[in-house]
Design a protein around this ligand. Structure first.
Ligand code: E4P
Length: 225
């Protein structure tokens, strides 16, 4: 499974990219607003730090407007994936941009029927939002299971399932078990994935016992007499 990080905070992106675990980045207008940065400037910077796909969302709602914005975004760097909403206009723009060789991430997907349309429109990625479904008392992960099953039953569809609106590590684990190809994680969730209290306790016990040996791995024969 590929891990994208869901932020436009360049400091977070640099920090997490250094782990070697980050395959791409997703942004949306809310995340750009939160960054307080100029969109194209921060996009170029992110694309420089992370060589994998970086999703950048259009703001227009009509096909022609989305095409103009999508082409401008795609010019920023070769690894930009243009994000369009799952609307009739968005899918028309998706078809055209994909035909021009631009990767398209179709966002705001909340049903298997929508995911089928996105794939038929030639999307490289479809982004089902699990957390926002959970938030309204629906089952976000059930949607992922349905889309993965649907795409597997139609092998000619090449769209990857990009699990979005992730709220906690179990969303990622469940999505991986289901066979989703990508999850986009808020930085906090990626950090949470490292954590286990028994890892911390085990490490602290090992270090205390190691201290008692008086040895240093880098100094041969350093055992205390
Ligand atoms: C990413 O592509 C989505 O825009 C993002 O995951 C939405 O997450 P949210 O529901 O936490 O805003």
């Amino acid at each position: 499974m590929k891990f994208f990080i869901d932020t436009a905070d360049i400091a977070e992106i640099r920090d997490l990219a250094a782990t070697g675990l980050v395959d791409g980045v997703t942004t949306n207008p809310s995340l750009i607003a939160k960054s307080g940065r100029d969109f194209l400037e921060v996009l170029a910077e992110i694309c420089d730090v992370v060589p994998g796909p970086v999703s950048a969302e259009v703001a227009a709602t009509d096909t022609q407007g989305m095409l103009a914005e999508g082409r401008a975004l795609a010019k920023v760097a070769q690894n930009v994936a243009v994000k369009v909403p799952l609307t009739p206009d968005g899918l028309k723009a998706c078809r055209t941009l994909s035909g021009e060789g631009t990767a398209v991430n179709v966002t705001l997907c909340f049903s298997p029927a929508q995911a089928l349309l996105a794939a038929k429109a030639g999307a490289s990625y479809v982004s089902p939002f699990v957390g926002r479904l959970d938030d309204i008392g629906s089952d976000g992960m059930a949607l992922i299971a349905e889309i993965v099953e649907l795409y597997m039953a139609q092998p000619e569809l090449e769209t990857e399932v990009l699990v979005a609106s992730v709220r906690h590590p179990m969303h990622v684990v469940e999505a991986a078990k289901m066979g989703a190809q990508v999850a986009t994680l808020p930085p906090k969730v990626l950090r949470q994935m490292f954590q286990h209290p028994l890892t911390d306790k085990g490490l602290s016990d090992f270090l205390a016992d190691w201290e008692k040996t008086g040895q240093s791995i880098l100094k041969a024969g350093s055992a205390a007499q």
